[in-house]
Design a protein around this ligand. Structure first.
Ligand code: AMP
Length: 516
């Protein structure tokens, strides 16, 4: 028997087995927030959403975009949109109106859901339907459906696209990663298993829900009836408070989130206050290689379990996992942290190898179907039956992957990708700029930060501060250079190519890895 793997399976099970349990604690006081929902209510609201989309005449396969920080309505939309045959387009709400407008156009979105805080800035974007998530305009969309009231039937297809997640990469504009139901289903099951999610867990949504569908963890926890605590804004002390208040046992985030938690915990200790979660919390970290000192501090200062994973939006994302194994129990924390600073061993069903140039290649059922309407980029990424990650590294003697470099021209700051080309394009729009190269340099807080090396047309054409301001008026702020160095010349190869690795070198000397 072959039954299609669709992400609706996760919600159906959560609701059938854990109907009376709290599914979501929404952010208290957030505009349009839904308070506390049981699994039964989560299911009836997702079904209600699908019925409302039917009534609006939105066909199966149409794109429904959501621009919102973490919220219960986002959790409902994962299912209300995708589980009934439409395609969810989760958008980074920190992007500016031009960047979001591009994604809405490119994906052919017909329904746009907008958090009230983004309403003003997105006034100029008008797809066929636009609904503000303020509790009034969206009241019908998120109303529970009565028992037995079913949406229009969708011929479930595991190879149908469940979501298109736009990600910045090697092109000036972001690319739309098409994740199928099968990709999401298998990623969620594998991820949930490797991180041993059980129905005794309580999950905190510290990872942005838009980022690769929260790495697919929201599907996994829903299937096991795990209570989910929404947090709208990252703040170390607030995270500790929620962990304490709800008995959270599991959270995911980039190394910058871990750093914020460690700082808040240190402040608590100084003030003589308890730090919650010792022996009960596990934190899953990816997005950049966390420093081994950070890993050690998670164990020694918080008493939490640290789990590293590695993957990309294109791989749904789970490729490798590094979780302390019994063989390392006798090691000193610093030595165990060193073992855990590797990206990890391939998850079950994932094959990893590196090519002659050290680029990491992957094969798995989690690997995406291709970029939305970009066949050439898709063919390049999936050439020879392997997914080309653009990351550099090696597989060590224990078959653990170590990520040590980046082959692609991408900067990762605070867990979000920035395309160097996009920032360079923006700098070139300034009349004073003759040449620009944008690189990532190490940063204590964000892992990496964006630096621009610029040659001016005339020596006093612009100051660094003016160039930063120029970018901030055109790009999402997290993409903008935090420093500009004015140079007389940028070194090029004989063929006129900028050698980014050479430009990066001085900022990374003395470091084991060229990514942070
Ligand atoms: P995204 O598609 O935005 O999730 O970004 C994926 C990229 O994040 C990868 O290609 C890597 O460059 C980086 N990344 C993710 N996890 C790790 C990790 N554990 N170690 C090093 N880099 C990572």
């Amino acid at each position: 028997m072959k039954v299609p793997l669709t992400i609706g399976d996760y919600l159906s099970r959560g609701a059938a087995i854990y109907g009376q349990r709290t599914a979501v604690f929404d952010e208290p006081g957030a505009p349009g927030a839904l308070g506390t929902l049981t699994y039964r209510e989560l299911e009836s609201r997702a079904r209600g959403m699908a019925r409302a989309l039917d009534a609006m005449g939105v066909d199966h396969g149409e794109r429904v975009a959501i621009v919102s920080p973490n919220a219960a309505k986002f959790a409902i939309s994962y299912f209300g949109v995708s589980a009934y045959g439409r395609i969810l387009v989760p958008v980074n709400y920190r992007l500016n109106a031009d960047e979001i407008g591009y994604i809405i156009d490119h994906s052919g979105t017909t329904v746009l859901l907008v958090d009230p805080e983004s309403e003003d800035s997105l006034r100029g974007i008008s797809p066929k339907h636009k609904i503000v998530l303020d509790g009034v305009a969206d009241a019908e969309l998120f109303a529970p459906a009565p028992d037995g009231a079913e949406p229009a039937e969708w011929a479930a297809d595991e190879d149908a696209t469940a979501s298109i997640n736009y990600t910045s990469g090697t092109t000036a504009r972001p690319k739309g990663v098409q994740l199928t139901h099968r990709n999401c289903w298998l990623n969620a099951a594998t991820f949930g298993w490797h991180t041993t999610v059980t129905d005794r867990d309580v999950f905190l949504h510290t990872l942005p829900m838009f980022h690769c569908n929260g790495w697919g963890m929201p599907y996994a926890v829903t299937g096991l009836g795990v209570p989910q605590v929404v947090v709208r804004k990252i703040d170390g002390e607030e995270i500790l408070r929620r962990i304490e208040a709800h008995g959270v046992t599991l959270l995911c985030g980039a190394p910058a989130v871990v750093a914020a938690i460690l700082t808040a915990a240190a402040d608590r200790r100084t003030a003589g206050r308890d730090v919650p979660g010792a022996g009960t919390v596990r934190i899953v970290v990816a997005g950049a290689p966390p420093p081994s000192k950070t890993i050690e501090r998670v164990e020694t200062e918080l008493g939490w379990e640290f789990i590293q994973i590695y993957g990309l939006t294109e791989t749904a994302p789970l490729l490798t996992i590094n979780r302390a194994r019994s063989e390392w129990d006798g090691l000193a924390p610093a030595d165990r942290a060193r073992m855990q600073s590797r990206a990890g061993a391939p998850a079950v069903g994932v094959e990893i190898r590196t090519d002659d140039e050290g680029e990491v290649l992957a094969r798995s059922n989690h690997v995406f179907a291709g970029y939305w309407e970009q066949p050439e980029e898709s063919a390049r990424a999936l050439a020879d039956g392997w997914f080309h990650t653009g990351d550099g590294g090696h597989v060590d003697a224990e078959n653990y992957l170590v990520i040590s470099d980046r082959k692609k021209d991408v900067i990762i700051t605070g867990g979000e990708n920035v395309s160097s080309i996009e920032v360079e394009d923006c700098l070139y729009q300034h009349p004073a700029v003759a040449e620009a190269a944008v690189i990532g340099v190490p940063d204590e807080k964000w892992g990496e930060t964006v630096k621009a090396l610029v040659v001016l047309r005339t020596p006093d054409g612009a100051t660094g501060a003016e160039l930063i301001e120029h970018c901030r008026s055109r790009l999402a702020h997290f993409k903008c250079p935090t420093s500009v160095e004015l140079r007389d010349v940028l070194p090029r190869t004989a063929t006129g190519k900028l050698q980014k690795f050479k430009l990066r070198e001085p900022y990374w000397t003395g470091r084991e890895r060229k990514v942070n």
